[in-house]
Design a protein around this ligand. Structure first.
Ligand code: ADP
Ligand code: MG
Length: 201
C-alpha cells in the first residue's frame, strides 16, 4: 500500500493533507491523532472507500478505489461495529474467514474472550463484545492489509492487553500489513508499530 501526497477534502474542509507513506507486508503503523484529525478519512482512503482529491493511494501500482471491492486485498474494521444483524457472531466471523474450520474459529473466539457467545446475534451482546467480534472478522479475513479504526473504542480497559496480544499474534502469524487508528499515544509501543501523527486542521 502506497500513498503519494494523498489528500482529501470535504467541501472547503481539509480532512487529510498531503500524506505520503508506504506500508509493506509485515509492517505496522499507528495513525495517531485527536478526534477530527482525519484518521478515519485516511483509513477510508486506504480501503478505497474514499477517492483522494489529490495524490494517489495504490496497491501494487493500482489505485485502490479502482480495484473491485471483492478483489481488494484489504480488511477494514469500522470504528462502530458493523456486523450483519441477522447473523450470529459465529457466522459474522466465519463468512469472510480464510480458514473456516471450527477449531480455528473457536480459538479466535476464545482469544477474544467471546467463548459462549458464538450463537448470539449482534443485538444480543454488549457494544464491546460486538466490537471484538468485528475485530475477529477483520483478523480472520486472511487479507494482506488489515485496517483497524479505533479498535479499543468500546473495549474495557482491563481487556485491552488481551486484545493487543490477539492482534499481535494474528498479524505475526499472517505477515499482513497492519494500520491502526488511535488516539492512545502508548499504542505504537504496545504494538511495536511506527507512528504517523495527525493534527486537527
Ligand atoms: P478522526 O477519525 O480523526 O476523528 P475524521 O477523518 O473522521 O477524523 O474527520 C476529519 C475531518 O473531516 C473532520 O473535520 C470531519 O468533520 C471531516 N469529515 C469526515 N468525513 C466527512 C464527510 N463525509 N463529509 C464532510 N466532512 C467530513
Ligand atoms: Mg475516526
Amino acid at each position: 500500500m502506497k500513498l503519494d501526497r494523498a489528500a482529501k477534502q470535504f467541501g472547503a474542509s481539509v480532512a487529510v493533507q498531503d500524506i505520503s507513506l508506504e506500508i509493506k507486508e509485515g509492517e505496522r503503523l499507528v495513525v495517531l491523532g485527536p478526534s477530527g484529525s482525519g484518521k478515519t478519512t485516511l483509513l477510508r482512503l486506504m480501503a478505497g472507500l474514499e477517492v483522494p482529491n489529490a495524490g494517489s493511494v495504490t496497491m501494487d501500482g493500482r489505485d485502490v478505489a479502482d480495484i473491485p471491492a471483492y478483489e481488494r486485498d484489504i480488511a477494514f474494521m469500522f470504528q462502530e461495529p458493523a456486523l450483519w444483524q441477522h447473523m450470529t457472531l459465529w457466522k459474522n466471523v466465519a463468512f469472510g474467514a480464510s480458514d473456516r474450520s471450527a477449531a480455528s474459529l473457536s480459538e479466535l473466539f476464545e482469544l477474544a474472550g467471546l467463548s459462549g457467545l458464538e450463537k448470539r446475534r449482534p443485538d444480543e451482546v454488549s457494544g464491546g463484545q460486538a466490537q471484538r467480534a468485528s475485530l475477529l472478522r477483520a483478523l480472520a479475513s486472511g487479507k494482506s492489509t488489515i485496517l483497524l479504526d479505533e479498535p479499543f473504542a468500546h473495549i474495557d480497559d482491563d481487556r485491552q492487553a488481551q486484545i493487543i496480544e490477539l492482534i499481535d499474534s494474528r498479524i505475526k502469524g499472517s505477515g499482513a500489513a497492519l494500520v491502526v487508528a488511535s488516539h492512545d499515544p502508548e499504542l505504537p509501543e504496545m504494538l511495536g508499530a511506527s507512528v504517523l501523527n495527525l493534527r486537527v486542521g
